[in-house]
Design a protein around this ligand. Sequence first.
Ligand code: ADP
Length: 530
Amino acid sequence: MIGEPRALGRSSGREAAIWFAILAVVTAMMLSARASLNEALVTLAYLLVVQGASARGGRPLGIAIALAAFLCFDLLFLLPYGTLVVQNPLNWLVLVAFLGSSILSAQLLYRAQAEAEVARQRAAEVDRFAALGAETLNVARSEDALTAIAEVIRTTLHLDACSVYMSGTDDDGVRLAIRSADDSRPIPEARNPHDLIEWVASRGAAAAEHVDGTTRVGVDPAAVAAGADSSGRARELMQPLRVRDRTVGVLALRKDAGLALSTAEVRVLEALAYYAALGVERVRLAAEAERAQSLQEAHRAKDAVLASVSHDLRTPLTTIMGLAHEIAADGDDRAAIIEEEAGRLSRLVAQLLDLSRISSGSAAVDIQPNEAEDLLGAAAQQSAGGLRGHELRISVASSDELLFGRFDFSQTLRALVNLIENAAKYSPDAEPVDLSAYRDGAWLVFAVADRGPGIPVAERERIFEPFYRAPGRASDVGGAGLGLSIARGIAVAERGSLAVSDRDGGGSIFSLRVPAMSSAELARGGESPE
Ligand code: ADP
C-alpha cells in the first residue's frame, strides 16, 4: 500500500517506559558519583540518552526525555539541589544549551529517519514496478498483461474501477480493451461516457466527471487525481495513454466517493499509466502481427487456388479451340467466334497463371547478358499483329558502347510486347508508337512512348495492380487489367523496375529498366559484378 512516510513520532508506551527507565538508571548512577562529576559530563550523559530515545522512539519521545533530563539536571546536579533555582547564573547557560541541543538532535534524527523512510518507500516502489514489468512481459497473452495492469492500478490506488480503452488502428474509434475484474456494472446510459472517451482519445487531453455530476474537459490529470482541481473532486478521470507522443488509448479511473490521491499515489499513477500505454501498444502490435500472418496465409492459399484452377482450365480450352477450328474450317461462322473467344479465355488463363507464379515468387527467370537491339528487333516482330495499324518507330541511343543488360530475354520480350500493344490500344489512330533503348546510369532502359490519353497522377501506381482498369476507358479495347502487373512483376524479378511518366506534348512513356552491363563487364565475359 502506498502512503505518506510512517508517522515517526508515534512511539509505543513500552518504548517510552524503557527510555524513562534508562534515564532513571543513568540519573541514579550519576547521583552516586555526584561529588566527582562536573556539568559537562552530566550534559554529555543526558544528551546520549536523549539521542537514543529520539532514534528509537521518534521525535516526541526524544523531546519528552529531553525535558525530563532537563528537570533532573536542574534539580539533582545544579546547586542548590532539590529546587529549580540555579545559584550560578552560568549554569543557566549550561541548562539552556543542553535543552537546545537535545531538541535539535531529536529534530535532526527525525528528519534523517523521515528521509530514510521515503528512500525505503521509493525503493519499494521501484521493486513493485520492476515486478509488475516482469509480470506483464512474461504473460503469454498481451490482453492478460493489460488486465494485470488495470487490476494493479485499481487495487494500489483503492479505486472502484479501472478501465483501459484502445484507440482503433484506422478511424474506427475507441474500444474498451480491459476493465478491472470487479467492474461488471453496466455503464449508465444517461451520461454516455463513450463520447467523452472518444474525445479524450482524439484530442489527447484528459477529461473528468465530477461528484456533482458536471463534466469538464482539458483538465490536468494530476490535479484531478489528487482531488486538487478547483472544481472539486472527480468521480471519474479519463486520461490519454501516450507512447512516443502518440495517443494509443484512454485510461479511465472511477471512484464514486471522489478521487483524492496523495502525491506519492499520483506519481505511482503516472508510472502505471505509462505501463498501461505500453500494454495497449503491445495488444495492438500482437493483433497486427496476427492479421499480417493470416493475410499472408490467405495470399498463399489464393495463389495456390489460382495456379491449380488456371492449370486445369487450360486443357479443356485447348480441346475446345481445336474442335472449333475444325468446325470453322467447314464454314460455320459461329465456330469461328467460339475459337476466338476460347482463344481470349486461354490468354487470360495464361496471364492468371503467370501472375500467380510471379506473385508467389515461383516464376523462374533466366537472367543472361543480352543486347538491347536484339530485344527491340524481337519485340517489333512479335507485336506486329497487335499494332492495330499504328506505326512502330524504333530508336537506339547512338553511343560508342553496345547496349547490353542482364535480363531474361523471353520474359522481358513479353513485358515489352505488352507495353507496345497497350500503347497501340490506347493511342488515337495514325499516331505512331515510339520504342527506344538507352543507358541511364546503372540501368538499361526500354521506353515505349505513345500519344494516348496519358495516365492521371492518382492512377500511376494503381494501373500496375492486378485487375485494375482505368475508369471511363473504352470497353472495346479488351483486356482484363493483368498485363501491366505481370510486366512489372517480370521487371522486379529481374531486379529492375517499370514505371510510367507523362510524355511532352501528350501521351505516356512506360520505362522498363533492367540492370545494364558495362563494357568492362562484357569484356570479362559477362560475369556478374557481385
Ligand atoms: P489492360 O488489359 O486493361 O490493358 P493493363 O494491365 O495492360 O490491362 O493496363 C491497366 C490499365 O492501365 C488499362 O486498363 C488502362 O486503363 C491503363 N493503361 C495501360 N496502358 C496505357 C497507355 N499506354 N495509355 C493509357 N492508359 C493505359
